[in-house]
Design a protein around this ligand. Structure first.
Ligand SMILES: [Zn+2]
Length: 137
């Protein structure tokens, strides 16, 4: 399934793996499939390696917007960070839940036992099932 991101070492659950850096853009910017929505208007176009993290319905990581504590060297700042949801072994592929809206859903190939069948936010999964929407491929 193309590119992925693999842990270079093990991480315990809840560990902070790294900060996601990239360009902030408004939604009207030219389409980029690797973006993370901050809110209704702003999105982040992440730089490698984090832009290549794959979707899983049973992800081992999640992004969280949080405040980095202030230290002697630098001021505190808000950033997007990647955290481990469970213990991660070295060389394990990192994955997140893309939580896409039903209008953007594509078939999911994660093969997890709890796979939803679609890369879609769990809240909008019933929309796909009920209306038999044909997601854009
Ligand atoms: Zn899946």
């Amino acid at each position: 399934m193309g590119k992925g991101v693999f842990a270079v070492r093990g991480y315990p659950a809840t560990a902070m793996i790294g900060e996601i850096t990239g360009e902030l853009a408004f939604h009207s910017a030219p389409g980029d499939e690797y973006t993370f929505d901050f809110d209704d208007e702003l999105q982040l176009q992440p730089e490698a390696p984090f832009r290549f993290i794959n979707h899983s319905c049973n992800p081992n990581c999640e992004f969280e917007l949080c405040e980095q504590p202030e230290t002697d060297e630098q001021l505190g700042k808000t950033g997007l960070f990647l955290f481990a949801l469970r213990d991660i072994q070295p060389d394990e592929p990192l994955s997140i839940d893309y939580n896409w809206p039903a209008s953007c859903a594509i078939p999911c190939l994660c093969r997890e036992p709890n796979c939803r069948g679609w890369v879609v936010t769990i809240d909008e999964l019933p929309l796909l099932k009920k209306k038999q929407l044909t997601p854009a491929l």
